[in-house]
Write a protein that binds this ligand. Sequence first.
Ligand SMILES: *Cc1c(COP(=O)(O)O)cnc(C)c1O
Length: 392
Amino acid sequence: MNETLRAMTTTTEQLTRAVIEHVRGLYATEDFIPLHRPVFGGEEKAMLAECIDTSFVSSVGKRVDEFEARMAEFTGARHAVAVVNGTCALQVALRVAGVEPGDEVITQALTFVATANSIAHAGASPVFVDVDRETLGMSPDALEAFLESEAERRDDGCFNRGTGKRIAACMPMHTFGHPCRIEEIARICADWGIELVEDAAESLGSYRGERHTGTFGHLGVFSFNGNKIITTGGGGMIVTDDEALARHAKHLTTTAKVPHAYEFVHDEIAYNFRMPNLNAALGCAQMEQLPGFLAAKREIAEGYRRLCEELGIVFISEQAGTRASYWLNAIVLDSRDARDAFLKATNDAGVMTRPIWRLMSELELYTDCQSEGLTISKWLEERVVCLPSSVA
Ligand SMILES: *Cc1c(COP(=O)(O)O)cnc(C)c1O
């Protein structure tokens, strides 16, 4: 082994040992440490019991309305519609935004598969553009470059010159709770006549300026899956300022039933996607704890930031003018080899760490989709690792 290699190996080993020691200290346990586990420290049990005692377990129930009202208030959106999960919420948001089968939707290649799947479920094709190195979210520069070289604006919308398809929407994602450069993306979408639907599944509690993520586009979507900042077991929420869109989203998620005292009349082929009261009860109890969760997350992130500074490795920090939820803490290692060694050593030691996702453009199911200049996405894909980030 030559000297540089030896030095590199030692560094990775030292780094691994330091991170394991830090994480074990943070959670004060020698047991397995997961990446993100939910915390039920509030009124969850009482609220669930109330659903059972009153027999309101399904999607008609006061907790669903209450959870929607709380989410609208917290995010500053005018309307919120509770849905069974984030993926279905994204699919419905695209549909009410006017995405039709055969359309294209621009998204980032570096994201969780649900983003791309929701586009496919809406009958559209995803087109993948690059992300920013600092935010891990869609790069407005990449979006604009793609549109300038590939798209044309016509009276009836924005079209992809290569495929002839309509580019109906753009769906950026705020990775791990770090807001992407969403105002710039919103401006570009407005210039090109493209609907903006934000995948804010990971960014409850994240702001750009004073404005909550998920409220910059026509619609935004949150997820309350078991590993998210707050959980309803499974669940999602569509937020929007547009009353007509909110009404349509609610209609589509409740079988498009026309209100009537006893008749069954439905006016669209719709979905049974409404969140049940049981899940919403969990959501209401979790909302109470959200400010505490966010404060605890900032402290955990600050500890990791300091550790990374000492170790000389890159920690993904919130950008000036933004407030990150730090849902998952992420570091950037030197190379794919360093990452692989780190992942193996930490997981072997019972400290769960995960690489960031495979690029959507590299999953077999999406290899036929158009993608443009994914240099930064590829660079990050090889190096980014998530660290344990549970609140307790
Ligand atoms: C969690 C998540 C979703 C939605 O997930 P569900 O499990 O369906 O609630 C969508 N996009 C991203 C980026 C996510 O992390």
